[in-house]
Design a protein around this ligand. Sequence first.
Ligand SMILES: [Zn+2]
Length: 169
Amino acid sequence: MLTARSVQEAGLYVELHPCDCGAAGELTFSMIERDGIPVARYEGVCPACGRTRRFEFAIPAEPVPGRAYGGEQPSAIIDAGEFLWYSDRAAERAASTNPADARGRSALDGAIAALDEVLKFIPAGADAVPREVIGSELGQAVYDANPDRFTRERLNYRRGLLQDARAQG
Ligand SMILES: [Zn+2]
């Protein structure tokens, strides 16, 4: 079973892992309990190819506040490149809506929260996310397209831009 720091993180992992056939497809979410541990379960049948899909995540009993995906520790199931990819998509969604629109503000909050997760992968004393900690194909593609985006300086600069956009909403 996968270990997520929050239900939000589990949901994003599911979003990042479509069916093997490429279809996204809605999965049914339920919270169950196993051996006293809360478990988030997503399951369903792919509408495109008929495969049964299921993800299960152990979730801490103590929820994280607000839109955060987790505490200080970086994610064990989503890498820095995937978080940056998601942050970019959320920022694009926000840019395509009216800034006063609640959906736009929510997308910006998501973009900022995902960027915060990228920053957590920078080791203490370092000033950038090392490529070695990025394990997924998607994450490595995002990194290789522009490694400079993974420096603390660039990440904080982008975070500031998103926060400015959020403040205008
Ligand atoms: Zn499928």
